[in-house]
Design a protein around this ligand. Structure first.
Ligand code: IMP
Length: 429
């Protein structure tokens, strides 16, 4: 059997949680492959809102397997808190698996995150302060502690003996402290190890066996293409690789297994954090979209910056991910606007730019050039739910036009349009 990967085509917060949840119906294993609890997926199921940061959205379906792959950085306290919350909401948690190769976010990583943001001055990304970046740094620098190491008392002691003084010295150099003695840290590790142990295993083996048995695997991306450490707005993005190909690496399956690459596109653009944003809106329209769209970070609660849809960004995403289809989200939020703008290209110093630049200084000086499309009527939540229940034919004409415009511009078919937060508020195209 083959796998499907769902990724964000913009700066995260495209509504991947809901799209993954919809796809999950047809899949047996729902797998996260990168990032950590910097992500935030909001799902509304039967009127109950779930906010998940680490555990794959598939956990909300009984009898599906939810997997935290080797590509993640895992804060055990967050994992266990989220589990407790789900259990309290009556969610059955019997098929949850965490890779033994996933790295552990240690208490000092969160302190280091805050210290390093300050050191970066104008280059700070506005991180979620969850210790994501420092944990990935330690992974690459070979200072990391994986789940397998955490669970092995000898290995974890050797590593903490070696690394505790290094971390202490590093933080002290910038006036910060781990806030725990080495013994306290060892105790913390022992406690987390005990609680995590039931979930930790070789998830690559598990997933490959499942694929061999004809079961279906859904790879759930977090953040978005333009936050990717390789392809994103460096250094303002996140520290993991958010594109489709990493679905294979971060889950431990062969790349040939991935057959479908679904790109989630929000009908407009948002950004939480710093860095250039060519189509950003600073007017009433931006405020209206932000308010209607509830554009506040799921993880940090920070207001998101809002702008028009940007085809320069999306063409780049279609290219680096090899998108095979699109899922358009939050089309309902754009209701009631007379006209809707879409950036087709940029101009810088009178020169036309069709491709997204790597140089952030160039990006900051780019002026978007827009196509203007007619808006669609204000239907309200109930109205959109009624459209969803009738199907594609009930979509307002100008919204259908917007969808077709997008398909043509990116040469990728739109297979689903989401029309509200509820699980059933969508139409298939
Ligand atoms: P970090 O991932 O916490 O290191 O933050 C790096 C940058 O990525 C910051 O600008 C964050 O706001 C942004 N970021 C991280 N995760 C998400 C997400 O899930 N959605 C949107 N932005 C994110």
């Amino acid at each position: 059997m083959t796998a499907t990967v769902i990724i964000g085509t913009q700066w995260g917060d495209e509504g991947k949680g809901k799209i993954t949840d919809l796809y999950a119906k047809e899949y047996d294993y729902i797998v996260r492959f990168q990032g950590g609890n910097n992500a935030g997926h909001t799902l509304v199921v039967e009127g109950i809102t779930y906010k998940l940061h680490l555990i794959p959205s598939g956990i909300l379906y009984p009898n599906k397997h939810a997997v935290i792959g080797n590509g993640l950085v895992v804060d055990p306290e967050v994992f266990l808190d989220e589990l407790a919350g789900l259990a309290k909401a009556g969610i059955d948690i019997k098929n949850l698996h965490v890779s033994e190769r996933a790295h552990v976010i240690m208490p000092y990583h969160k302190i280091q995150d805050a210290v390093e943001e300050e050191l970066k001055g104008g280059f700070k990304a506005g991180t979620t302060k969850r210790g994501i970046g420092p944990c990935y740094q330690d992974k690459v620098g070979r200072f990391g502690i994986r789940m397998a190491d955490l669970l092995n008392p000898e290995v974890r002691k050797k590593k903490i003996d070696q690394f505790y003084p290094v971390k202490k010295k590093f933080l002290a150099a910038f006036g910060a402290d781990i806030g725990m003695t080495k013994e306290e840290l060892l105790q913390w590790c022992a406690q987390q190890a005990k609680l995590m142990a039931p979930y930790v295993e070789d998830t690559s083996l598990l997933l490959n066996r499942a694929l061999e048995n004809g079961e279906k695997v859904l790879l759930e991306g977090a953040q978005g293409t333009h936050l990717c450490i390789d392809h994103g707005i460096y250094p303002f993005g996140t520290s993991s690789n958010c594109v489709s190909a990493n679905g294979a690496v971060g889950a431990g399956i062969g790349p040939g297994r991935i057959e479908n690459v679904v790109g989630v596109v929000k009908a407009y653009t948002t950004r939480v954090g710093t860095g250039p944003f060519p189509t950003e809106l600073f007017d009433d329209v931006g405020e209206r979209i932000a308010e209607k769209g509830g554009e506040f970070g799921t993880t940090t609660g920070r207001p998101r910056r809002v702008g028009w849809l940007d085809l320069v960004m999306l063409r780049f995403s279609a290219r680096v991910n090899g998108l095979t289809s699109l899922a358009l989200t939050k089309a309902d939020v754009m209701e009631g606007l007379e006209e809707i703008k879409v950036a087709t290209h940029y101009e810088k110093d009178g020169v036309k730019l069709e491709d997204f630049p790597a140089d952030m200084d160039v990006l900051a000086k780019c002026e978007p050039v827009y196509d203007i499309l007619p808006g669609w009527p204000e239907l309200g939540q109930k109205g959109w739910e009624a459209v969803a229940s009738k199907g594609k034919e009930a979509l307002p004409e100008n919204l259908l036009h917007y969808v077709e415009y997008l398909e043509k511009a990116l040469d990728v078919p739109v297979e689903l349009v989401s029309l509200g937060p509820a699980r059933n508020a969508y139409v298939l195209m």
